[in-house]
Design a protein around this ligand. Structure first.
Ligand code: NDP
Length: 328
């Protein structure tokens, strides 16, 4: 028997989330059975747990879009009992049961071997948010961005994606400006590697289609007016990697930055990113993120606390990453 967060839908349509004890027989079929040691609370998990957005496609559901653990049994020759693995995306926690439980079943094609030297807890301190931050960095690089091009803006700076994006960019030698609604976290953002901080209200309202050319590049986790203003203030030939919608899903922008400044808007999806890109991203995360830095950016909680934290995360009151020790 093992503990799990368990989501059901009430007759009213509301999502009901509870801590349950399940047996291995309750798990859906899957090529690989993983004994989960850690999962995380990502923005999407908070949406699933609270039912604030239709993230969950079928009920009952075990949420958790990512997990790290050890293979217990595998019908696929690529994995053997005892292998340390990490998984994120592919609809895990949305269309099939996810990682906020003691065990999970999954497909071998979706698993990535845990990089050497990285623990399950460290992998989840990075989690989907950190891995998405790395995909954003890789998107900037794929469009020719280099540290000497000029300052890079990161929005949603205190969130999971933003905080790790800052750390990664700073380690690579970029000069990073962090946009945040929490000036009280200035010290933490500097410790991550931001050299300047701006108040996010400067970007959050409708702005002019072309503004002062401030940024060589940007990583945006916020969307809506913020992304429109980021595009409008990106320098000639710059690149903006967009991955999130913390402010909103809309993009009230004009084509002016694209057709007059040659700005590139690079979309980043982590859920269905091909395996080869995932492996590169996880290897780079293992090599480029110092362990003490990700530890400082992380809070470790149990399954019950994760339930309580979900609305807090959606309200933007959680700093950095929340790792869930599913056995706590
Ligand atoms: P978090 O909740 O950890 O962080 C989001 C941050 O955005 C907050 O901490 C806050 O930062 C800022 N923020 C919150 N609300 C607003 C607002 N109304 N206006 C402006 N800024 C706001 O989430 P994650 O970092 O995990 O995810 C960030 C976004 O990226 C989410 O929308 C998520 O769905 C998306 N995402 C997308 C992925 C993909 O595959 N494309 C993968 C992972 C995440 P501060 O307090 O510093 O201002």
């Amino acid at each position: 028997m093992f503990p799990a967060l368990y989501l059901t839908r009430a007759e009213s349509g509301a999502t009901e989330a509870a801590l349950r004890t399940l047996s291995p027989d309750d798990l859906p079929e899957g090529e690989v059975l993983v004994r989960v040691s850690h999962s995380t609370l990502n923005y999407k998990d908070a949406l699933a747990i609270t039912g604030k957005s239709p993230v969950v496609r079928s009920f009952p559901m075990v949420p958790g879009i990512d997990f790290a653990g050890t293979v217990e049994r595998s019908a696929d020759a690529r994995f053997a009992p005892g292998d340390a693995v990490v998984l994120n995306g592919w609809g895990t926690g949305e269309t099939r049961w996810g990682g906020l439980a003691g065990y999970a079943t999954t497909r071998a094609d979706w698993l990535v071997p845990l990089p050497a030297g990285m623990s399950a807890q460290q992998a989840m301190s990075i989690g989907t948010a950190g891995y998405t931050a790395m995909l954003c960095v890789m998107a900037l690089e794929a469009h020719g961005m280099q540290p000497d091009a000029g300052p890079v803006l990161v929005t949603g700076a205190n969130g999971g994606v933003g905080s790790i994006a800052i750390a990664l960019l700073a380690r690579l030698g970029y000069t990073v400006t962090a946009s945040t609604g929490r000036p009280e976290e200035t010290e933490h953002l500097h410790a991550l590697g931001a050299s300047a901080i701006i108040d996010r209200t400067a970007l959050g309202s409708p702005g002019k289609p072309l503004q002062k050319e401030n940024w060589a590049a940007a990583i945006d986790a916020v969307g809506s007016h913020t992304l429109a203003n980021v595009l409008a203030s990106t320098r000639y030939g710059g690149v903006v990697a967009a991955c999130g919608l913390a402010q909103g899903m809309d993009l009230p922008a004009s084509v002016a930055p694209f057709i007059l400044r040659g700005v590139t808007l690079a979309g980043v999806d982590s859920v269905y990113a091909p395996l080869a890109r995932r492996r590169i991203a996880w290897q780079r995360l293992a090599a480029e993120l110092p362990a003490e830095l990700i530890a400082r950016n992380t809070r470790v909680v149990g399954l019950a606390e994760a339930l309580a934290l979900a609305p807090e995360l959606l309200a933007g009151r959680v700093r950095g990453r929340v790792v869930v020790d599913v056995n706590r």
